[in-house]
Ligand binder design. Structure first.
Ligand code: MSP
Length: 626
């Protein structure tokens, strides 16, 4: 049976970031793994284009919502094309067949009594496109999911009888559908705490799908989440004549971020119950990519552009990093340092280097033709490798792709250790036959490795296979049946993973990002430990041999006169500073700067263009800043 897998469909309020790329790459990896095993798999992705958030973003750019959606949707699609994502469907919720399908779904739900009209009163978060009751809000106003301000709404609305499906949902959760387990338990607790009916129309803005004609009410448009979730079935032909592929939905798997699990694990199955359609077989909820522990956000300026990363460090490196760095379901910290470290130690030093060693020795000793049918020297190693290869399926099927890679990499370790153990450069002097066996053994490890790494590193996998003279048809023999290939004619290829350096401009960016982030929270007691005082500058002199440093003598009243060194010489003339009152921390541990003792730190402010000013206050020296 064909598996049907989906990414969420992405909002077009802004261009794609690394979080979007992560979901898409995960799903692409899953599809490629199924195909490697010989299973067929259909992948849907697309863009979510209606709703208040998009209408607002378009307004800000002085574009019509459709124009704006067209341009951003195109960016998503082009990005996935440039990343060679094997999607089969790219849905846009502004596609006409989708519009027809959504109206049809509304009609079906209405006619079976699951939709009724009432008043909605509560708060709405435009950023999450989600309704909240007052009880759910933080500080009576803020969205509990994203922390942004919500808007109070009172409007006529159509409601979906979500409460009616509470028991059916709880029953459904008994099947193992939601992964990871702790997320499933969160969903169960949410549903057990009681479901309210869901508002599924809006009437205070226009950018959305109108109600079906049969309802005869043109004041409302359909709530963006009902519209968006239906995008998983309208491209298969639901409610329209696009295709007749609804059978695919019998084996559907959704991949989503943890933030949108509730929509997929509560609202979506309830809609499907109402439409009398099968429910998804699996819902996988992944974690979030953070930057230095904080959420990516445009206002903070720490949004990571996946195209930039792929262009600078390589698409395959980025795929490898995203999949190996975190366990599925956990949050991860995205950093260029961690990415280059992993790429260098795992891709270059282990995999790339192993292929180089094989090619180098095969060329030198055998002119690229290696052959052997006697592997008795490596029996134990071969057993170990086969056991590892056989264990991989369970890691991928249980959504532990990082563990899959970790285990797979241990076969490259076995290969590298075996080479060192037998020192072929010595052995070749009197035992050419065993060297040939060793190289054929190593080539087999690389052949198995190349096949199994295909879902994560598709291009490198193909290059390694081409260099070994094999292709994916070897899967049956060397993976399923654990056989050994006895003869290789190798072809030299350029190094697969040249060592990476952290690019300076990326690091500067990271520093900039850090500067733009709010630092870790401290409590009042911690803050109170700092003694910040007003001091009157008595003298200021340049530090010898330094262009930046000035040494000050500063009078802090009853706290005495202190010597402080500060790097502000580029911003002030010494003589302009004498006599002014400044702020300084006076209980910092004294330190030596260029051999001069500094007994405190002057406080300054710096803007993003690098302009700097001393904090100056017209209040008596010795006063405390608090
Ligand atoms: N349009 C809805 C989904 C509708 S599906 C019927 C939506 N779009 S989104 O563009 O905001 O998010 C799409 C996906 O990207 C979500 O799964 C979300 O979890 C994921 N990510 C957004 N930021 C992320 C990170 N920083 N890290 C990892 N993934 C994150 O929600």
């Amino acid at each position: 049976m064909t598996k049907y897998i989906t990414t969420p469909i992405y909002y077009v309020n802004d261009i794609p970031h690394i979080g979007h790329a992560y979901t898409t790459i995960l799903v692409d990896m899953f599809k490629k793994y199924q195909e490697l095993k010989g299973n067929s798999c259909i992948l849907l992705t697309g863009t979510d284009e209606h709703g208040q958030k998009i209408e607002n973003s378009a307004k800000m750019k002085n574009k019509s919502p459709q124009e704006y959606a067209d341009s951003i949707s195109f960016k998503f699609r082009s990005l996935w094309d440039s990343f060679n994502i094997s999607y089969d469907y790219f849905i846009r919720t502004t596609d006409s067949y989708h519009n027809i399908g959504v109206k049809k779904a509304f009609e079906v739900m209405f006619s079976n009594g699951d939709i009724y009209k009432d008043y909605y009163e509560g708060n709405y978060c435009v950023s999450c496109e989600t309704f909240f009751t007052k009880r759910q809000l933080l500080d009576n106003l803020l969205c509990p999911d994203c922390g942004k301000e919500t808007t109070a709404l009172r409007e006529e609305s159509y409601f979906f009888r979500l409460s009616k499906y509470q028991d059916k949902l709880l029953e459904w959760y008994k099947q193992d559908v939601i992964f990871p387990l702790h997320k499933k338990n969160e969903v169960i607790r949410f549903v057990e705490s009681g479901l309210s009916d869901l508002s599924i129309t809006r009437s205070t803005f226009k950018w959305g799908i109108e109600l079906p004609k049969s309802i005869n009410d043109n004041k409302h448009i359909i709530y963006v989440w009902l519209d968006a979730l239906l995008s998983y079935i309208t491209p298969l032909g639901f409610g329209n004549n696009k295709e007749n592929k609804m059978k695919l939905f019998d084996d559907a798997t959704h991949f989503v971020g943890k933030d949108i699990l509730r929509f997929h694990a509560v609202y979506w199955p309830a809609f499907l119950f109402s439409l009398n359609l099968p429910l998804p077989k699996k819902i996988y909820a992944h974690g979030w990519w953070l930057i230095d522990g904080a959420k990516m956000s445009k206002s903070v300026g720490n949004v990571v552009n996946p195209k930039e990363i792929a262009d600078t460090y390589g698409l395959e490196t980025m795929r490898y990093f995203l999949i190996s760095e975190v366990s599925f379901g956990q949050d991860g910290d995205f950093s260029i340092k961690a990415l280059t470290k992993r790429a260098n130690s795992e891709l270059s030093d282990k995999l790339g280097n192993l292929l180089n060693r094989l090619l180098g020795m095969s060329e030198k000793y055998f002119n690229f033709n290696i052959e052997s049918s006697d592997f008795s020297l490596f029996e134990n190693e071969i057993d170990n490798v086969n056991n590892i290869i056989n264990s991989l399926d369970s890691y991928m099927e249980n959504m532990m792709p990082n563990k899959y890679l970790e285990e797979l990499w241990s076969i490259f370790d076995i290969a590298n250790i075996t080479i060192t153990k037998h020192s072929p450069w010595e052995m070749i002097k009197n035992n050419k036959k065993d060297v040939s066996s060793l190289l054929v053994f190593i080539a087999n490890i690389l052949a198995k490795g190349a096949l199994m790494v295909y879902p994560i590193l598709p291009q490198s996998s193909i290059k390694i296979m081409e260099s070994l003279g094999i292709n994916e048809s070897f899967y049956k023999d060397i993976i399923k049946e654990s056989k050994m290939i006895k003869k290789f004619t190798l072809t030299k290829i350029p190094p697969l993973f040249p060592k990476l350096e952290v690019k300076e401009e990326q690091l500067n960016k990271t520093k900039e990002i850090k500067d733009k982030q709010v630092k870790e929270e401290v409590n009042l007691r911690q803050f109170d430990k700092l003694d910040i005082r007003i001091g009157k500058i008595l003298s200021a002199k340049k530090v010898k041999d330094s262009t930046k440093l000035l040494v000050f003598s500063i009078d802090f009243g009853e706290f005495g006169v202190r010597q402080i060194v500060s790097g502000i010489a580029n911003f002030y003339k010494e003589s302009d500073l004498v006599g002014i009152n400044v702020c300084a921390i006076i209980n910092l541990k004294p330190s030596k700067i260029r051999g001069i003792i500094s007994e405190g730190m002057l406080l300054t402010a710096e803007d993003s263009d690098g302009n700097l000013e001393l904090l100056r206050l017209n209040i008596k020296h010795g006063s405390k800043v608090c």
